[in-house]
Ligand binder design. Structure first.
Ligand SMILES: Nc1nc2c(ncn2[C@@H]2O[C@H](COP(=O)(O)OP(=O)(O)OP(=O)(O)O)[C@@H](O)[C@H]2O)c(=O)[nH]1
Ligand SMILES: [Mg+2]
Length: 302
């Protein structure tokens, strides 16, 4: 018997959705950062075992912020619920154990749409490694039970790999029988160019302070693997919505951009399994987060 199924990973920003998917795949397919709203697209991750294939759909965190880009992000998260075989809701248990009032505020907007999807729901109660005082979990579990009375609750640490095998076993129980849909060595449906742009965006998240990463987008302008055998020539543009951010991204004497470039280059080279020459440019494009055409060109929205 062979199983095949699609599993949507949904939850508030920063809950650990991308971390969990990467753990199952054993490599970084979705970028991760300590800051909320890192993921902007629905990203597939394909796990192939001897007798099953699971397509995970990592999604942007569900939040209540306004603006066109945020609306596009939400759309792409909600659309993952349509047609999936199971929903895994990820929640940051450590956050809610410390700040119980946040739980309903963050999770209420999710409860309705997740229930309406009519799929089996597994709630991954994540970041348990950070809960020191275990009794603080009791009200968290009670509140989660009220939000999803039909769901199963599995405490996990996506970061440390605790409980994640148990969660996977439940996923494999739930998904239907079916043949694999992807070759066994395929890890995502995302093109490598997209993954390279994401790697650059991840480095921006780590190197820029405050709100800066939220108004940046990355586009691969040129990708040439044929002119120089064994060397991929990649040109990428970092767009920023504000003029005064350009200098901050570039840094003193270009130091910041240089560091972003060198970190990203190493990782893109790993992804391709070969050498990479990466050139980064910074361009100001004011108002891009409100420009539907540009958002779509960046692969955001449906
Ligand atoms: N301590 C701890 N940290 C975790 C765990 N899982 C994820 N994190 C951290 O939480 C942060 C957010 O993780 P992500 O995987 O980017 O979260 P996300 O849900 O994909 O976030 P968005 O893409 O913004 O919606 C990162 O710093 C992770 O290292 C966990 O089990 N324990
Ligand atoms: Mg993410």
């Amino acid at each position: 018997m062979h199983k095949f199924g699609t599993v949507a990973l949904v939850g508030p920003p920063n809950a650990g959705k991308s971390t969990l998917m990467n753990r199952y795949l054993g490599q970084k397919v979705a970028i991760v950062s300590p800051r909320p709203q890192t993921t902007r697209n629905r990203i597939s991750g394909i796990l192939t075992t001897d007798d099953a294939q699971v397509v995970f759909l990592d999604t942007p965190g569900i939040h209540q912020l306004r603006g066109k880009m945020n609306r596009f992000l939400l759309e792409s998260a909600w659309n993952a619920l349509a047609g999936c075989d199971a929903v895994v809701v990820l929640v940051d248990a450590a956050l809610y154990a410390a700040k119980p009032s946040l739980l309903k505020k963050e999770l209420k907007p999710l409860a309705g749409p997740v229930a309406e999807a009519g799929r089996p729901v597994l709630v991954a109660v994540n970041k348990i490694d950070r809960v020191k005082d275990k009794p603080t979990m009791l009200p968290v579990m009670a509140a989660l039970g009220e939000l999803w009375p039909e769901a199963e609750f599995i405490p996990v640490s996506a970061l440390r790999g605790k409980g994640t095998e148990e969660l996977l076993a439940r996923i494999l129980d739930i998904i239907p029988e079916g043949p694999p849909m992807f070759p066994e060595d395929q890890i995502s449906t995302a093109p490598v160019r997209f993954m390279a742009a994401e790697i650059i965006r991840e480095k921006l998240f780590y190197s820029l302070r405050q709100e800066l990463p939220y108004s940046t987008a990355v586009e691969i302008e040129a990708w040439d693997e044929t002119s120089r055998p064994g060397l991929a020539l990649v040109n990428a543009v970092i767009y920023t919505a504000q003029k005064n951010h350009k200098g901050m991204i570039i840094g003193k004497q270009g130091a910041n951009l240089k560091r972003i470039g060198s970190e990203a280059r190493k990782e893109i080279a790993e992804l391709l399994g070969g050498k990479v020459h990466l050139e980064l440019w910074v361009k100001v494009r004011s108002g891009w987060t409100e420009d539907p055409g540009f958002l779509r060109a960046m692969g955001l929205g449906e």
